[in-house]
Design a protein around this ligand. Structure first.
Ligand SMILES: *Cc1c(COP(=O)(O)O)cnc(C)c1O
Length: 432
């Protein structure tokens, strides 16, 4: 498979090159040259196939020419080595739980797939490969865990000091030896700017092989399709589901739409947004206008200018009208999010995290307009990761035992201000 840049100036490249380059020079995003169709037999046999076989079949055309089948099979086995249960809350609403991975968020899937791809590809790179990632919380933990103790690769994580949750901070600062955590005196946008500056720094580029692990990387983006197939595998209704996806940078929902374009039966999509509503406004008005991000309770979605918007447009052949027919979007306030957490707990005895709560609230609003549509909302993280949930429910939330293990490890991180020189010096230290 070849990948072209959505800006159409940089050359097309293989999966391998797209994964190690991350972002094309022309600042577009890599996009597959064709969208492979899944067969009807495959779709009919989904309920009986093992998860890793589904992952292998879905991913195979996207990595063709870059990963041999045996390597892909091993990577898929490690990528989907935990559960992806679909839990029915009632006859109309189910929740797809994507938090059973090692860092308790859906990003484990993309991070595990990507880290294993890069480990395989790094064997042929002469400069020291360094993965740099800016995170508002969940990405960094998943990437650090995915890459922990991989051979021949370093990872540098930038996160905003004091703006991640207790559990996220644990996951970001108790990492493998090859991971450097930078606690930045600033916000997520500062972290992202520092990472982007480093990636564009040609002086650094002459000494290191720097690449990004954000959701724009195809090796992280594409495997997210897998769990939509795993959801449909468990879906019992004759009519296809509506998927409500809590969206920030829109990588997750863009992967869901890619699965649909490959043939996965889906009724429609809901992009569930918090107060950062650039996409919601686009669906309403047809005009896309990025805005500065505003802080909310579902902070992994506090993004004013979602990178993957261009991929979503591409998935509808650049036709905004087609896109708007298949995608609804709702913007959910923090008050509504808290109310969703309370009411779902009271009514179903189920504890949502703030991101899943946004998706639940959006699906509920949608069903007021389209009561015949049955839906799946995506629970992207475990509620224990967000301190706000305990406050809203006034009770303790138990996390898995692995959390206690993390607490016993010593904290390793470096505090820096937003001056780029700090980051550069640390990166240069890895080159020598
Ligand atoms: C990253 C993240 C999101 C947003 O996903 P995108 O692919 O950026 O839209 C939603 N929920 C949680 C918990 C996340 O960590």
């Amino acid at each position: 498979m070849q990948y072209f840049s959505t800006n159409r100036r940089s050359a097309s490249v293989s999966f391998r090159d797209a994964a190690i380059i991350g972002q094309p020079d022309d600042k577009g995003l890599y996009f597959p040259a064709d969208i492979p169709a899944v067969s009807d037999e495959f779709l009919a046999s989904l309920p009986h196939l093992p998860d890793e076989e589904i992952a292998f079949t879905v991913m195979r055309p996207f990595v063709a020419g870059s990963l041999p089948d045996d390597v892909l099979a091993a990577i898929c086995g490690e990528t989907v080595s935990f559960d992806f249960p679909l839990v029915a809350l009632d006859e109309n609403i189910s929740v797809l739980e994507l938090f059973h991975g090692p860092t308790m968020a859906f990003k484990d899937v993309g991070a595990r797939f990507m880290s294993r791809c890069l480990e395989y590809f790094a064997r042929d790179i002469s400069k020291r490969p360094v993965v740099i990632v800016a995170t508002s919380g969940d990405t960094g933990g998943a990437v650090a865990n995915g890459f922990a103790n991989t051979d021949g690769l370093d990872v540098v994580i930038l996160f905003p000091k004091g703006l991640v949750s207790r559990v996220q901070e644990l996951q970001l600062t108790r990492c493998g030896k090859n991971v450097t955590s930078l606690e930045v005196e600033g916000n997520f946008d500062d972290c992202q700017r520092l990472a982007k500056t480093a990636l564009a720094d040609t002086d650094l580029g002459s000494k290191l092989f720097l690449t990004s692990a954000n959701s724009i990387n195809v090796a992280r983006w594409l495997p997210q399709q897998i769990y939509y197939f795993l959801a449909v595998k468990q879906w019992k209704d004759a009519k296809p589901p509506v998927f409500s996806v809590p969206s920030g940078n829109f990588g997750n929902i863009a992967a869901a739409i890619l699965a649909y374009r490959s043939g996965l039966p889906v009724r429609s999509f809901i992009a569930a947004c918090n107060a950062n509503d650039a996409f919601t406004r686009f669906i309403l008005t047809g005009d896309f206008e990025a805005k500065p991000s505003v802080p909310t309770m579902s902070n992994a979605m506090d993004i004013g200018d979602p990178s993957n918007f261009v991929r979503i447009l591409e998935l509808f052949d650049g036709d905004a009208e087609k896109l708007r027919k298949m995608n609804a979007s709702y913007s959910i306030s923090d008050e509504e999010t808290a109310e969703a957490i309370r009411s779902v707990h009271d009514k179903f005895g189920y504890t949502l995290d703030p991101h899943g709560a946004v998706a639940f609230a959006a699906l509920t609003r949608h069903r007021e307009l389209f009561p015949e549509d049955k839906g799946i909302f995506v629970e992207t993280a475990h509620p224990v990761k967000f301190d706000s949930v305990e406050k809203i429910l006034g009770m303790n939330i138990k996390g898995p035992a692995s959390l206690l293990d993390l607490q016993r490890l010593p904290k390793r991180s470096i505090e820096i201000d937003t001056n780029y020189k700090n980051v550069k010096d640390i990166l240069l230290g890895l080159a020598s």
